[in-house]
Design a protein around this ligand. Structure first.
Ligand code: MTE
Ligand code: HPA
Ligand code: MOS
Length: 773
């Protein structure tokens, strides 16, 4: 039994002894070369010329490649509009213009500095409001509309109208974008990439180089973090290495340093959201209108889907009887913003959670009271896109956090502390999450798996899932070892490769183990069914004919009576057993296949993009967090005193790994809303381009008292082994830190506190000054 157990992380032994292989750890081949990107030194303009003469004279430089060297220079996950290298229009600072290929990295890097690019500069737009005014839109979503929010707003006792801005976020994965491309026979290319989406990387390399898909293989052993930043944007990096490998017929490496990676790649989307909400004296929300604007940067990338996920999460954990939600993608002249843990969801929920704090301030009530009257109750209430909120754990979670943290006592203690006016002010807040699990693009909710059972009773499994630290390999190994009744250590998850698993979806939307785990289970079940037929015959003393191929849905007589456990295969009815290894040997000798492949698709999804209604998600992951903070009124310094989290992960596949995910996601979410701030020069150059200028949370930013709990929920039936996805949902709970800071400000305010996100120490200090009146 390995499901639900704390099996070690697949990478932990090698992470600890330093033997984990990342792309740039692959040994250098004798004839290997390096490719360096040269970026634009302005945010908008027309490319006039590239003078590479000096670079080309440098010893060890093999060539300089430009847009014309690609067979097809255009890419884009949703809209094919982004050049791999600029040939004409430049749309953001540091946008790739050309490639210097050299014998090694240091020559390539120094030669890149000798390239002279001339650009006729144009007036860039950085400000989202200005871009909205210019109607610089690349996507307008179909609005959601339920009931009649206008009339609710017209007749309500209380309304609030305003806008909410939240900033971007750098992924800050430890391993920057990297790839090595190996030229093979007959024009084939094998790329080893740090990519969440090997299939997209394969497809882009092929199209960019004028190859067929079957000539390109993409292999991903693991990533040193992805967080969404390697969902789409790993692909062009691979295309650069592949182009040089193809041109020069030599293996080619690219491995960005942190500064390059931060300047070139997209980040979380900043959003500017407008709202109007109506509520009664109790704080119950009666109607609302939202109009969301995502700052997509220079290119569309994944933005329409990200905008839509923000719209899907504008309700947070709260029920809106009458609601309208609109959304628009706006282009500006920055790096092209992309997927980042939560995928727009956090930008939606920040808005509503902040509004709830404002409702509380307006009514002079505790925001927890407002949240309690508005959370989804029961299983029948519908979301703004008319999906029922089934398996709803929110009321249970609210009760739990209230009693377990002794909410009222805590509030009283804070009231007393703050009354002392000793230069510190404390705040308290609860945030809840209801994160929808499924890709909102329905076709992505599919996966395939290959399981090989070997004669010694060990197994290898390959799926489209990529390991980025989140533990998907461990979970898939658990599923396979559980299904086959073999030891956890007797299963190895093989490197992800497009030659074993085809047309795979990105490992994203938190659904890596949902989809690939289910596919692996289906493949195991096919093997088990064949072995069961064999076992039955053996127990009954019958001879074996060849056992037919079987698919996952085939009914096999007596299959349910055969149990695979602890290396033994037993028949509950016949009360007989055989060692799995023996049965495997018997299967081989009788020409019964010991490997299988299966395809899985998530059932029951039915969101209609044209009407903005339907079942967008397979289920929701719920959670709740209470956070208490303390602000130093002289410096604005913010300390997290306490964070207590209760998470609903159904029957978690690996509670230990999942607790790690909850912890990391919460801190990453807290970082987004507090210390992580992107700064640009007036010309649009990213100034916060390294750890020296961009502040991710450190140990000092952790809650002094931090607790992560998983609640019991045995009722989910729609996902593999009753588990719920964990990767992104707890990110949204980090918002409780910001809410608590806003609550602290309210204690010192003569008017409603109105901070944006991130609430850095400076922002907090300035707001303290402003609100004290
Ligand atoms: N955890 C680690 N350690 N590193 C990561 O890059 N990415 C997150 C999350 N947890 C990430 C992580 C994101 S954005 C997603 S979508 C999920 O993991 C993807 O993996 P899963 O679907 O297997 O949970
Ligand atoms: N989440 C994450 N990544 C995605 C999605 C999604 O819903 N759709 C496409 N890529
Ligand atoms: Mo995660 S943002 O869906 O890669």
């Amino acid at each position: 039994m390995t499901i639900g157990k704390n099996k070690r992380h697949d990478s932990s032994p090698t992470h600890v002894n330093g033997k984990s292989i990342f792309v740039d750890d692959r040994p250098t081949l004798q004839n290997e070369i390096y490719v360096q990107v040269v970026g634009a030194q302005c945010a908008k303009g027309k490319l006039q010329s590239i003078d590479a003469s000096e670079a080309l004279e440098t010893k060890g430089v093999l060539g300089v490649l430009t847009a014309n060297d690609f067979k097809n220079n255009i890419w884009g996950t949703i809209v094919k509009e982004q050049p791999l290298l600029c040939s004409d229009q430049i749309l953001y600072y540091d946008e790739p213009i050309c490639l210097v290929v050299a014998e090694n990295e240091s020559i390539a890097r120094s030669a890149a500095k000798l390239i002279k690019v001339s650009i006729k500069e144009e007036e860039p737009t950085f400000d989202i409001q200005k871009a909205i005014d210019q109607k610089n839109f690349c996507y307008v979503a179909t609005p959601f509309l339920v009931g009649d929010p206008d009339s609710q707003i017209a007749k309500a006792t209380h309304t609030l109208k305003g806008s909410f801005y939240c900033g971007g976020q750098e992924h800050f994965y430890m391993e920057s974008q990297a790839c090595i491309a190996y030229p093979m026979e007959r024009g084939q290319i094998e790329v080893h990439a740090s990519s969440q989406h090997p299939s997209e990387t394969q497809h882009l390399v092929a199209s960019a180089l004028g190859l067929n898909y079957h000539q390109v293989t993409c292999v991903v052993k693991r990533m040193g973090g992805g967080f969404g930043g390697k969902e789409s944007q790993a692909a062009p990096v691979a295309a650069y290495a592949a182009l040089a490998a193809q041109k020069f017929g030599r293996p080619c490496r690219i491995a960005w340093d942190k500064d390059e990676d931060m300047a070139i790649t997209g980040k979380r989307h900043p959003f500017l959201n407008f709202y109007e909400v109506a509520f009664n004296d109790e704080g119950k929300i009666l109607g609302a209108k939202f109009d969301l604007y995502a700052d997509v940067g220079a290119y569309t990338d994944l933005s329409p889907s990200i905008l839509e996920r923000a719209m899907f999460h504008i309700d947070g954990a709260y029920y809106f009887p009458d609601i309208e939600v609109k959304g628009t993608c706006v282009k500006t002249n920055t790096h092209s913003n992309t997927a980042f843990r939560g995928f727009g969801g956090p930008q939606g929920t920040m808005t509503i959670e902040s509004i709830i704090e404002d409702i509380a301030y307006t009514l002079k009530k505790d925001a927890f009271e407002i949240r309690k009257v508005n959370i989804y109750q029961g299983e029948d209430q519908k979301t703004p896109y008319e999906q029922k909120v089934e398996n709803n754990q929110l009321p249970k979670l609210f009760n739990l956090i209230e009693t377990e943290t002794k909410y009222n006592e805590r509030r009283n203690a804070i009231n007393q502390f703050n009354a002392k006016r000793n230069g510190k002010v404390r705040g308290l807040s609860v945030s809840a999450v209801k994160f929808g699990i499924a890709f909102t693009a329905k076709f992505l909710n599919q996966g395939n798996a290959l399981v090989n059972l070997h004669l010694d009773g060990t197994a290898q499994v390959s799926t489209g899932a990529t390991e980025m630290g989140q533990g998907v390999n461990s979970k898939i190994a658990q599923i396979v070892s559980h299904a086959l009744g073999i030891d956890y250590d007797d299963v190895i998850v093989m490197p992800t490769s497009t030659e074993k698993n085809h047309n795979t979806s990105p490992t994203a939307a938190s659904s890596g183990s949902d989809i690939n785990g289910a596919a692996a289970l289906a493949a195991c079940n096919k093997i088990k069914k064949r072995l069961s037929i064999l076992a039955k015959k053996h127990f009954l003393g019958e001879t074996f004919d060849d056992v037919k191929e079987i698919d996952a849905d085939t009914e096999v007589e007596g299959y349910k009576e055969i149990i695979f456990k602890d290396g033994i295969v037993s028949d509950l009815k016949l009360k007989k057993e055989i060692k799995l290894k023996e049965l495997i040997g018997m299967a081989y000798m009788n020409r019964v296949s010991l490997g299988d492949y299966a395809h899985f698709k998530t059932d029951g999804l039915g969101f209609d993009k044209k009407t903005g209604k339907g079942k967008a998600f397979n289920y929701f992951t719920n959670g709740v967090a209470l956070t208490e903070v303390e602000i130093d009124e002289y410096t604005g310094e913010l300390k997290i005193l306490t964070s207590k989290i209760h998470m609903d992960l159904g029957r978690p596949l690996n509670p230990g790994i999942d607790k790690g995910q909850v912890t990391g996601a919460f801190i990453q979410g807290a970082g987004w809303v507090t210390t992580e701030n992107l700064f640009y020069s007036p010309q649009g150059k990213l100034l916060s381009h390294s750890p020296t200028t961009y502040k991710i949370p450190s140990i000092q930013d952790m809650p002094r008292d931090f607790e992560v709990n998983l609640i019991e929920n045995l009722d989910l039936t729609v996902n593999v082994y009753g588990s719920k996805a964990v990767g992104e949902p707890p990110f949204l709970l980090g918002q409780s830190v910001w809410m608590a800071a806003k609550n602290a400000l309210a204690y010192r305010a003569n008017k409603m506190p109105q901070i944006t996100s991130p609430a850095t120490n400076e922002v907090i200090l300035m707001e303290l000054e402003r609100v004290k009146g």
